[in-house]
Write a protein that binds this ligand. Structure first.
Ligand code: AMP
Length: 430
């Protein structure tokens, strides 16, 4: 790995000032034109991570930010960068590395929103290494800022070699911000190699989830998962949901099942093409769909502002993923619910999650007799979903299509209409 002269243990940031003392971005040292941009985005006051990180970043310090998605961390690094850019405008000023293209896209949207009045341009070139190696005349020798966002995830996705290569071709004399939800050994190694005398800003103590998040679990036999899912969606109707499944196939199947029952569900997973994924996400963002079904590929970094409820339909195998999944709700001061399905096979994994977050979760209350009344309709919808999945598989073979081409499940609603016409009504009593 490149670079030396870095210090092992970062200094802790001073305790953030109380809410009453800090009122505005201006108080943090942000320049007027950017304060106005925050205002226009409806950012009334800085979030905790912004309050901690921005003044230090403006002083020129390297920053380690331990912050979850939803904490406002993008603003925490974008504002100091834009502030510095305004002082010394130049091309290729800052580079932000992120694990996924969706996240890159969302970060560039925030940069552009904040920098709209000063003509900031951003691009999401995809794999930067290809660009560096193959695009004539492209180099990063004048770079002033490097951000590594979701560093733990970048490294978990085996981008270590790529990160090393990038560190070698950018100037040592730069500012570096490293943001990560978790401080793994790999992240610590990267921090030592890439940051100079960094200061650490953490918005919550290790692995703690946000306060406004109500977390529950539901212990159910695996064969009733679908039925309980439908029951909860009915019980909490009117909310927006993000449902996590362990595989692409189960995401697809569950989306078909729900659509067969009249729910506006849409899948988002790694086997879909990039444009389908963004399409799904945009429909969900525009509130045209209220239920997003996703794998863990989609569970990190996405900027989905209005998820009211997260359902862990399949329990995460890595308990840290739990934190990332539930980080989709209770964002930016709003409240939210997370419900984790625990089957007979998941008890140990669930105990690990409770251990990680340091608390015992309450059971999500259900009326079992009401749940059981849904069994028949759910069984029928399961049958249709299986048929549709099979048909889709065969069609794919015939046409040699990209899996993503039909993945929003919307071409497969013909069968659904035979099951139920509209949204399921909640049935009370017998
Ligand atoms: P992030 O953690 O960077 O993914 O941001 C999560 C969401 O919070 C985004 O939709 C931001 O637009 C929003 N946000 C960031 N900073 C603020 C703020 N100071 N006040 C209100 N919302 C914010």
């Amino acid at each position: 790995m490149a670079a030396s002269g870095a210090h092992d243990s970062p200094t802790e940031a001073p305790q953030p000032v109380e809410d009453e003392e800090i009122k505005t971005f201006k108080d943090l040292g942000v320049t007027d034109v950017l304060c106005e941009a925050c205002d226009q985005l409806g950012w009334a006051k800085p979030t905790k991570i912004q309050t901690e990180a921005i003044p230090l970043a403006l002083q020129g310090r390297d920053i380690i930010g331990l912050a979850e998605t939803g904490s406002g961390k993008t603003g925490a690094f974008a504002l100091p960068i834009l502030n510095a850019l305004l002082e010394t405008p130049q091309r290729l000023f800052a580079l932000v590395l992120t694990p996924t293209r969706e996240l890159a896209f969302q970060i560039s949207e925030q940069f552009e929103a904040l920098g709209s009045s000063i003509g900031v341009q951003s691009a999401t070139p995809g794999r930067l290494i290809d660009h560096l190696e193959n695009t004539k005349g492209f180099n990063l020798r004048a770079l002033k800022y490097l951000v590594m966002d979701e560093a733990d995830r970048i490294l978990n996705m085996d981008f270590e070699t790529e990160v090393d290569k990038i560190l070698k071709v950018i100037p040592r004399d730069r500012k570096t911000f490293l943001f990560s939800a978790t401080m793994t050994k790999k992240v610590q190694k990267l921090q030592r190699a890439a940051l100079k005398n960094p200061v650490k800003c953490a918005v919550s103590s290790k692995y703690q989830t946000v306060e406004k998040l109500q977390q529950y679990y539901l212990f159910i036999p695996s064969k009733f998962k679908d039925t309980y899912l439908v029951y909860i969606l009915n019980e909490l109707a009117g909310n927006s949901f993000m449902i996590f499944c362990s595989t692409c196939n189960n995401t697809q199947r569950t989306a078909l099942l729900l659509r067969n029952l009249g729910f506006t569900a849409i899948p988002l997973h790694g086997q879909m093409s990039q444009s389908k994924r963004l399409g799904s996400l945009n429909k969900f963002k525009a509130k045209a769909r209220s239920i997003l079904l996703a794998t863990d590929v989609a569970s990190r970094g996405l900027d989905i502002p209005h998820v009211d409820v997260v359902i862990n339909f399949d329990i995460p195998t890595h308990s840290k993923d739990y934190i990332h999944r539930v980080g989709r709700t209770a964002r930016a001061g709003r409240s939210g619910k997370a419900i984790t399905f625990v089957t007979q096979y998941d008890v140990e994994l669930f105990q690990r999650i409770e251990h990680l977050i340091g608390k015992k979760l309450p059971v999500f209350p259900t009326q079992d007799d009401e749940v059981m009344m849904l069994t028949e309709r759910v069984t029928e919808a399961q049958r249709f979903a299986r048929m549709e999945l099979r048909e889709h598989g065969e069609k794919k073979k015939r046409k040699r299509e990209d899996v993503g081409d039909n993945d929003d499940t919307e071409g497969a609603i013909g069968v659904r209409n035979k099951v139920v016409g509209g949204k399921m009504k909640k049935r009370k009593g017998h």
